[in-house]
Design a protein around this ligand. Structure first.
Ligand SMILES: Nc1nc2c(ncn2[C@@H]2O[C@H](COP(=O)(O)OP(=O)(O)OP(=O)(O)O)[C@@H](O)[C@H]2O)c(=O)[nH]1
Ligand SMILES: [Mg+2]
Length: 311
């Protein structure tokens, strides 16, 4: 169930609602969430399966409030972590007002796209299709065959070409969303932004730097848990463990004379200091947990909602 806050007030003519951002991995869902909110809430990488949980971001506008939910990329897989990620996707379909289904405008339409859209089978919520990354499409006429494919599905009320990177088309999306939201209460106060705790966000920033600096199987084998968080008025001390599945992956993450871990730590600390507005002291450890992606306790810990009871 989407977590709805206690309504703050109900001004006349005010619209509000829950809008989920869905689509296959790597199409730019998290980049879009960040672009709509005008700040970074979800980590982004060029590797598929970056987002592992649903992340809420509340956009406050004059006369309305849009509660966006970013979700993991839709994929078919039997592994425990992927099944858990798909559970997050389905949870984001519960009690919502509008779906923004995102596709990559630079990729041809395939059976995988057809399969992914089936997540909307039996869901009668209105949906808009966003064709993202149009900054990479030189000739806009090249979009027409792709748009025809999506139009033929008769599932989307509108098809909107966008670029999460340049912002092109995002105003149109905002208007299209507002036009479809019901009159409703202001669910969250003006200063409320996300349901994501700072500790979890810090772990995500560290994971983002790992994704950025490593390749092949390492990014997918990484889980970051913040184990220590101590705040003083001027400083936050953060201790985090980076779990991987194999000794070889640990060696890659540590690097020659610890150089890789140092680089990841520096990049993460700099960004956290910027985002948290305070000096950060960051300590990173790397541990091996064979097959953690099939271990229910650790898979549950991929987001803050499942961390209770984990030692
Ligand atoms: N050129 C271009 N690149 C984009 C755009 N939007 C996203 N990207 C890039 O596409 C890649 C994937 O972006 P994400 O936002 O992480 O994609 P996602 O759909 O959230 O991916 P998952 O979380 O893995 O499902 C990153 O390298 C982004 O920088 C865009 O509009 N234009
Ligand atoms: Mg994402």
């Amino acid at each position: 169930m989407a977590a709805r806050g206690e309504p703050v007030s109900t001004p006349k003519g005010y619209v509000s609602g829950f809008v989920s951002i869905l689509g296959r991995p790597n199409v730019g869902k998290s980049t879009l969430l960040n672009a709509f909110l005008g700040r970074k809430l979800a980590i982004v990488s060029d590797k598929p399966q970056t987002t592992r949980t649903r992340i809420q971001g509340v956009l406050h506008l004059d006369g309305g409030q849009i509660i966006f939910l970013d979700t993991p990329g839709i994929l078919q897989s039997e592994s425990l972590i992927h099944k858990r990620m798909m559970k997050e996707v389905r949870a984001a379909l519960d009690g919502l007002d509008l779906v923004l289904f995102v596709a990559d405008a630079t990729e041809p339409f395939t059976d995988k796209d057809r399969e992914a859209i089936r997540v909307l089978d039996g869901v009668d919520t209105p949906a808009l299709l966003l064709l993202n990354k149009i900054d990479l499409v030189r000739n806009k006429a090249d979009l027409l065959p792709l748009m025809d494919e999506y139009r033929r599905l008769e599932r989307f009320e509108e098809l909107i070409p966008v670029s999460a990177l340049t912002g092109e088309g995002l105003d149109e999306v905002r208007q299209a969303v507002l036009a479809r939201l019901p009159e409703g209460p202001q669910y969250y106060p003006e200063d409320y932004l996300t349901d994501q705790p700072e500790r979890f966000f810090a772990a995500e920033i560290i994971r983002e730097k790992v994704l950025q600096e490593t390749r092949q199987e390492v990014p997918h084998a990484v889980l970051v848990l913040v184990e220590r968080w101590e705040e003083t008025p001027r400083l936050i001390k953060i201790g985090a463990v980076i779990y991987v599945e194999r000794e070889g992956q640990k060696a890659i993450l540590i690097g020659a004379q610890g150089s890789m871990l140092k680089k990841i730590g520096t990049l993460a600390r700099q960004e956290l200091e910027f985002l948290l507005g305070r000096k950060v002291y960051l300590e990173l450890f790397v541990k091996v947990r064979p097959k953690w992606r099939e271990d229910p306790a650790l898979v549950n810990a991929i987001d803050w909602r499942g961390r209770e009871g984990l030692s």
